[in-house]
Design a protein around this ligand. Structure first.
Ligand code: PXG
Length: 288
C-alpha cells in the first residue's frame, strides 16, 4: 500500500505524523471519506469543495491547490491499483506546541489513504436496519457545526459507543431541541405520503454528498423532496425510512425504537432509490 503524505508516497510504516500535530492533540483538522467505483472517483469535485469549505471555516490553509489535491487523490488510487476503493483524505493543522493556538502550527499536513472498502453485510440491505435513538445529542450549530467535517468526531464516537452497547449497527441522533438530525456517519430520510423528507442543514447535520445525490435522483424520478424538521414521532409513523452515506450508500431502516416503520420491510421508494444510486455510482465520477 502506498500512502500520500505531504507530497510523497510512503509505505504504511513510514506514514506517520508528529505527536505535536494538533490534529491529534486537539482534533484540529478536517477530512473526507470518498469512494471510487468502476475506475471513477465518485463526486470528487463535491468532496473537494466540501473539504475546502471546512478549511475556510476554521482558517486552515491547505498547502495544496484544489487541482493539486484532486491529482493527489487520483494518483493515490492509481498507485494502489484500485478501481473500487474507499479513500480517506485528511488535512491536519500540523505540528505546533502544546498550546491550542493554531498560529503555532506553521504548516498543515495532508495525507490520502486508498483502501478496499469493507461493506456492511448484504442482509442488512435486503432486510433493512433496526435502529434506536440515542441519548447523546448531536453537536449544535452554535457549538461545533456538524457542517464542518472536522477531526473532532467524539460526538459521533459517543453515539457509536451507545450503539455498540445496545447491539445496534447504527443509531439515530437528535439535536438538543429533540429534532431528528442524522446517524453517526449517515444522513437520514423518511418517506411520508409519497414525499421524501430529510432534515435541513441548519438543524445540525453534515451535508452529505450521498444525501445530495439522492435528492437529485428522487427529483429526477418526479418525487417531491423537502428539507424539513421532524421528530421521533414522525420517524415512528413514517411510511419508509433510510440512511445515506459514502460507506453505506443507501440502506433501508425498518424499525426505530421498537416501532415498525411502514410494514416492516424496505419500502418501494427506498428500493427505487437504492437501485438508481447503484446504477448512477457505477457510471459517474472523475476517471482515474
Ligand atoms: N453524517 C455524518 C456525521 C458523516 O460523518 C455522513 C453524514 C454522510 O455523508 P456523505 O458525504 O458520506 O454522504 C457522514 C459521512 C464511515 C464514515 O466509515 C463515514 C463518515 C465519517 C467517518 C466514517 O462510515 N462520514
Amino acid at each position: 500500500m502506498q500512502i500520500y503524505l505531504d507530497g510523497k508516497f510512503v509505505s504504511p510504516e513510514e506514514a506517520k505524523v508528529s505527536v505535536f500535530d494538533h490534529g491529534l492533540l486537539y482534533g484540529d483538522g478536517i477530512f473526507e471519506g470518498i469512494r471510487a467505483y468502476n475506475g471513477r472517483v465518485f463526486k470528487l469535485t463535491e468532496h473537494l469543495d466540501r473539504l475546502y469549505e471546512s478549511a475556510r471555516s476554521i482558517i486552515l490553509e491547505i498547502p495544496l491547490s484544489w487541482k493539486e489535491m484532486e491529482e493527489a487523490v487520483l494518483e493515490t488510487v492509481r498507485r494502489n491499483g484500485l478501481s473500487d476503493a474507499y479513500i480517506r483524505l485528511v488535512v491536519t493543522r500540523g505540528a505546533g506546541d502544546l498550546g491550542l493556538d493554531p498560529r503555532k502550527c506553521p504548516r498543515a499536513s495532508v495525507f490520502v489513504i486508498a483502501d478496499k472498502i469493507t461493506l456492511w453485510p448484504q442482509e442488512l440491505y435486503t432486510r433493512g436496519l433496526k435502529v434506536k435513538t440515542v441519548a447523546t445529542r448531536r453537536n449544535s450549530v452554535d457549538t461545533l457545526n456538524p457542517r464542518i467535517k472536522s477531526l473532532n468526531y467524539l460526538n459521533n464516537v459517543l453515539a457509536k459507543i451507545e450503539a455498540n452497547l445496545m447491539g445496534y449497527p447504527e443509531v439515530v441522533m437528535l439535536n438538543s431541541q429533540g429534532f431528528v438530525v442524522e446517524g453517526t456517519g449517515d444522513n437520514i430520510f423518511i418517506v411520508k405520503r409519497g414525499t421524501l423528507i430529510t432534515p435541513p442543514p441548519y438543524v445540525g447535520i453534515l451535508e452529505g454528498i450521498t444525501r445530495a445525490t439522492i435528492m437529485d435522483l428522487a427529483r429526477g424520478m418526479g418525487t417531491t423532496v423537502a428539507e424539513d424538521l421532524f421528530t421521533m414521532h414522525d420517524l415512528y409513523v413514517a411510511d419508509e425510512c433510510f440512511l445515506t452515506g459514502t460507506a453505506a450508500e443507501v440502506i433501508p431502516v425498518v424499525e426505530v425504537d421498537g416501532r415498525r416503520v411502514g410494514n416492516g420491510t424496505p419500502g418501494p421508494v427506498t428500493a427505487k432509490l437504492m437501485a438508481a444510486f447503484r446504477e448512477y455510482a457505477q457510471s459517474n465520477g472523475t476517471l482515474l
